[in-house]
Ligand binder design. Structure first.
Ligand SMILES: C[S@@+](CC[C@H](N)C(=O)[O-])C[C@H]1O[C@@H](n2cnc3c(N)ncnc32)[C@H](O)[C@@H]1O
Length: 244
């Protein structure tokens, strides 16, 4: 019986074959927060999906709840979109519907990470978009996990001002300007009581830390800020609490 199977085991089984960065304890936290926010309006939004490891965990939660969907926003670079920088680190550039986007310019990808993690994912296909969709389809989540190829701004422009999310997981570009931009874009759409989650907060990405310090920690619009392993969770305050 699925109901009595520990969620931890379920997440391990669901993600065992999926290449990615998020370890089980953090996936468990993402699952739990999605379940706990079930009573709020809005969808789940992920910025930075890679091959779908965290996306399927969100997908499992919304499948169980029977309402809302997971939007996965990523530039989905092809293998050939990556280039080596003069200092030996890596970045990428993609063109989507005639629009050029750049990834990992300010906070580039370390050489070891590129060789041990990034290159590996392209072993079965040169297309990350295809790899992501294979992951989702193999788990029967096509109806609940929806991919958008582009950045957060292009996603929000396509959805319109009425878009609402109750959980937003920011795991895209880890540069200072990029994280600031993602926070600024998403906060207009995050419902009161909803959760913002940052990957790699207060670990080894100074740009992520600085953006969080400046825009979140001292901001009266947020509450219940807590670090859980490498992730930081913070709740959007209800306007009546701040008097706003
Ligand atoms: C660390 S990976 C995401 C890992 C994934 N959440 C997991 O659990 O395995 C970061 C992703 O962010 C994407 N990315 C980088 N810059 C981006 C941007 N400006 N907008 C959207 N996605 C971006 C990359 O293509 C990559 O897939």
């Amino acid at each position: 019986m699925d109901e009595v199977k520990p969620v931890w085991e379920k997440i391990e089984a669901l993600t065992a074959q999926i290449h990615g960065w998020t370890p089980i304890d953090q996936l468990f936290a993402l699952f739990t927060i999605t379940m706990a926010s079930a009573g709020l309006e809005g969808d789940v939004l992920e910025v930075g999906s890679w091959s779908g490891r965290s996306a399927v965990v969100f997908g499992e939660a919304v499948k169980l709840l029977g309402h809302s969907v997971v939007h996965c926003v990523d530039l989905f670079p092809e293998k050939s979109d990556w280039r080596e920088n003069p200092d030996g680190t890596y970045s990428f550039a993609v063109e989507i519907h005639g629009q050029k986007y750049q990834g990992y310019q300010e906070q580039t990808v370390w050489r070891d990470t590129f060789q041990n993690q990034v290159v590996k994912v392209y072993e079965t296909s040169e297309s990350l978009w295809e790899i992501f969709h294979r992951t989702i389809e193999a788990r029967g989540m096509q109806g609940v996990v929806l991919a958008h190829r582009g950045d957060l701004e292009s996603f929000l422009a396509a959805r319109g001002t009425g878009f609402r999310c109750r959980v937003a997981f920011l795991d895209g570009d880890h540069g200072y300007q990029a994280v600031r931009q993602d926070i600024q874009s998403v906060e207009k759409h995050l419902v009161p009581g909803g959760w913002l989650c940052f990957d790699d907060a207060f670990t080894s990405y100074p740009g992520v830390d600085q953006a969080i310090r400046e825009m979140i920690l001292e901001n009266p619009g947020y509450d219940l800020c807590r670090q859980m392993t490498r992730k930081l969770f913070v709740a959007r305050r209800k306007p009546d609490v701040t008097g706003g």
